[in-house]
Design a protein around this ligand. Sequence first.
Ligand SMILES: Nc1nc2c(c(=O)[nH]1)N[C@H]1C(S)=C(S)[C@@H](COP(=O)(O)OP(=O)(O)OC[C@H]3O[C@@H](n4cnc5c(N)ncnc54)[C@H](O)[C@@H]3O)O[C@H]1N2
Ligand code: MOO
Length: 411
Amino acid sequence: MGTEFLKIKEADEAKKIIKNLFDELYPQKSINIPIEDSHDQVIFKDIAALMDLPPFNRSLMDGYAVKAEDTFGATDEAPKILKCIDSIEAGSFSEKTIENGECIEISTGAPIPNGSDAIAMVEFTDRENENEEYDKIYILKSVAPNQDVALQGSDIKKDMLLLKEKTIISPDKIGVLAGQGIKEVEVFKKPKIGVISTGNELVMENESIEYGKIYDVNSYSIKNAAISNGAEAVSKGIVKDNYHELKTNIENSLKDSDIIVCSGGTSAGVGDVLRNVLEDIGEVILHGISVKPGKPTIIGKVGKKVVIGLPGNPVSALIIFYVFIIPNIRKIAGKPGESNSKVNVTLSKRIHSPKGRMHYSLVHVKENLAYPIIKDSGAITSLAHADGYIKIPKNIELLDEGEKVTVTLFK
Ligand SMILES: Nc1nc2c(c(=O)[nH]1)N[C@H]1C(S)=C(S)[C@@H](COP(=O)(O)OP(=O)(O)OC[C@H]3O[C@@H](n4cnc5c(N)ncnc54)[C@H](O)[C@@H]3O)O[C@H]1N2
Ligand code: MOO
């Protein structure tokens, strides 16, 4: 039994097919969540301010609310003397109105009383009570109109655009929402991804390992790549290369996942179970992409959900996931930029590339140079050392030292 790829596609065509499939099956949706859980989520639509901030003219200092004109010319030697007619703590207010020659003691954050237009800081005043009805305040330094007053709406005006759609929420933005009394925020709904690793050789991290077995890598790397690009992802465990086991796991996982990502069992012979399962419970949209690594990739559809089969090799699995799947996940999750960022650098040494397939060649980038990482696609250290990859078109067999290349970064 040889590898029989169905529906093999060129890289660009495969990308388009996968994009169209995701666009058809996963329209962007929103969900309301408490603001305290919203860090790193993406705002679904513009949010307008509900109120002015500050909501009232507010004192920026501890001192005395005055009429600025009453303080003009005041110095240590020739202070201006005002009658203190009330006191306002933050959180309360005064119903009194200041007339010329009067002031009101005020705390930082308290509303400025009527008639006042400035604050004289307590440091530049003296206070005296000679058993008179009112304390006398000596103003030792003149203040300008609006000095140390935060005017109503100077920070935020009611109805102005508070946060724009597609904004990624960070702690400061949570603060902006909290300052408006907003408790819930409408964000893009994250797609739920179920991750399945297949292979008789795989064991879980807490099991002992016998000769011929290896620890499962892919469910960890794929799950975390999905999470860091805006998805919710859970591991659905390890499945043997067994038709019934895989079918049952996929069917169960589909109950609470929007997308299933399997790895392994995509290519030849007995490992070919994923394709058979997909043909029986859904359909195979494509099997085989003309790329290296990752040729045996499968994209299937079950009901209205996508089931992906990544090649088993950890490097191939992650590269295919990054190149073909993550842009679509980012789109559902409202994350900006459909792909990762790119840098233009110089190749440090020659790379040979197989003819006939688009080649994704891993590189380490340092000081404007791209250093090729030449290891087989099962070598996970090659991924750990890589900063990104270079795309080498299918008709190019060699890139020479010193050539300018574009690296797509993983981060
Ligand atoms: N006769 C052929 N053999 C192979 C071909 C081919 O075209 N003809 N393609 C090779 C390529 S390229 C790849 S990639 C693999 C893809 O095969 P599968 O998707 O069926 O993957 P497996 O055989 O299950 O695994 C390949 C490799 O990766 C290891 N693996 C699998 N899953 C995990 C995991 N979760 N964590 C860590 N390592 C994993 C597995 O043990 C194998 O070593 O087929 C080639 N063969
Ligand atoms: O195509 Mo395999 O995915 O080269 O490693």
